[in-house]
Design a protein around this ligand. Structure first.
Ligand code: BGP
Length: 477
């Protein structure tokens, strides 16, 4: 007997910019990721000034899903997927971001894509902004530090809801909206918000202003979607990384609690419709100006989310008296130290399946809303055997261990979980590194870091394994 409800949404997740390619096709404008160079293991991607000749920009062609989506969707259907999470590139719809009228060719592409999914009985799950801010809005307006973007985003969201409401029921506003508060990592601030810090900036004040504008934009989008069709399910989306105390020393426990606040700030507002006390107090104490206007309280209260989507890749550990040489850059979190009880991936991401059950419970207790695991997965280097097959046993092991914890959280703990969409169901460009080498897929794509390869798709061992999990509605534990 399955431990999961019969309408559980088994799926797979991607982001448009990481797989579509066609970066300037049919009137599309450049977005903030289109000026990111390829990185390499350990070498971060660079943000360049413009799209220059001579640089390799992996997102420009990605895996050419723009032209091959029918073939890709046929494979996903063969796997038995119930849903497919992707995003709409803002720059296909509004190439510069501030136009009054949308680009019909861009709208048509997503019409065709959603129709193709529905034809195969696959429910689209759509993120409005997955690191795809129009470059023009970043360069000319300063990205989401400028309140004008709130209105531009609301217009984009409205156009999407109006056009696709009959095809898409499940939506999310901003992908991993909470990743940008860590000002040591300029990549997330650039891609989430189109913002670059200058030496004159107080970084913390700027990220809180940016956060406020995005929270308003998200709330206005949720409200607009519900006005267009009250049946739409519109969620927030966060990167959830549980932060464990290093020890039972109360100083470590408090450190973990306080450093968790930056992870929770966005969902606290998304779900409750107002700022939590700790955020208000910080603002007052530091004298930060986030551009608050009188109508903002009402806007936030009127646009609360229907569910919370989240990514889960790892947990981390916070220590109060941490020394610099103990710290690890675990998912970009400050004051992280290694956890001796768990292993890490080749990229240092700590692998912690039990942490997923813990996360599901923490989020349920805090928000009492349906949850949706919209990313989880194992980035690894795949070895292609001589006959072309790929035995990705480590990926199967990772996913199985995590799904088992999902099943326990639902059946033993009563968590209300809508579905599970493992990340990068088909190999895509890795976001943080820009590599093709770091793969998550169950479908292999012949494409390397330099952009060589036939783009041919093939099934990995995990393909059949996951198809079995879906048809049995679980791992059988
Ligand atoms: C999340 C992003 C994704 C994705 C994933 C894996 O942060 O939402 O876009 O790429 O992480 O990260 P990476 O590709 O860097 O391994």
């Amino acid at each position: 007997m399955s431990r999961l409800p019969s309408d559980f949404l088994w799926g797979g997740a991607v982001a448009a910019h990481q797989l579509e390619g066609g970066w300037d096709a049919d009137g599309k404008g450049p977005s903030v990721v289109d000026v990111l160079t390829a990185g390499e293991h350990g070498v971060p991607r660079r943000i360049t000034d413009s799209v220059e000749a001579g640089e390799f920009y992996p997102n420009h062609e990605a895996i050419d899903h723009y032209h091959r989506y029918r073939e890709d969707i046929a494979l996903l259907a063969e796997m038995g997927l119930k849903c497919f999470r992707t995003s709409i590139q803002w720059t296909r719809i509004f190439p510069k971001g501030d136009e009054l009228e949308p680009n019909e060719a861009g709208l048509k592409f997503y019409d065709d894509l959603f129709d193709e999914l529905l034809k195969h009985g696959i429910e689209p799950v759509v993120t409005l902004s997955h690191f795809e801010v129009p470059l023009h809005l970043a360069r000319e307006y300063g990205g989401f530090r400028n309140r004008a973007l709130v209105g531009f985003f609301e217009r984009f969201a409205k156009v999407c809801f109006e056009r696709y409401a009959t095809k898409v029921k499940y939506w999310m506003t901003f992908n991993e909206i909470n990743n940008q508060l860590d000002t040591r990592n300029e990549l997330f601030l650039w891609t989430n918000s189109g913002v670059l810090l200058t030496p004159e900036d107080n970084p913390r004040e700027v990220v809180l202003q940016v956060a406020h504008n995005e929270l308003l934009a998200s709330a206005l989008a949720v409200k607009a979607g519900h006005d267009i069709d009250p049946n739409l399910q519109i969620g927030g989306m966060i990167s959830h990384v549980p932060i464990y105390p290093y020890s039972c020393n109360p100083a470590d426990v408090l450190e973990a609690q306080i450093s968790s606040r930056d992870r929770f700030l966005f969902p606290d507002v998304h779900v409750r419709g107002h700022y939590p006390a700790y955020a208000v107090r910080e603002r007052e104490r530091e004298g930060y100006d986030i551009g608050w206007q009188d109508s903002d309280a009402e806007i936030l209260a009127a646009g609360t989310v229907d569910y919370l989507g989240f990514s889960y890749y790892m947990s981390t550990v916070a220590k109060a008296d941490v020394q610099n040489d103990e710290k690890i850059f675990n998912g970009g979190l400050a004051n992280s130290v290694p956890n001796p009880y768990v292993k890490a991936s080749d990229w240092g991401w700590q692998i912690d399946p039990v942490g997923l059950r813990y996360a599901l419970n923490v989020l349920t207790e805090r928000y009492e809303l349906p949850l949706f695991i919209v990313e989880n997965g194992f980035g690894a280097v795949d070895v292609v055997n001589e006959d072309g097959s790929i035995d990705d046993d480590a990926r199967i092991e990772y996913l199985k261990a995590h799904i088992e914890q999902v099943e326990l959280a639902v059946s033993e703990d009563g968590v209300d979980l809508m579905g599970y969409t493992p990340w990068g169901i088909i190999d895509v460009v890795s976001f943080t590194t820009g590599e093709m080498k770091k793969r998550y897929g169950m479908i292999y794509v012949d494409r390397d870091n330099a952009g060589n390869g036939t783009m041919e798709r093939s099934k990995k061992k995990s393909f059949d394994w996951y198809a079995g999990v879906i048809s049995a509605n679980g791992t059988g534990i």
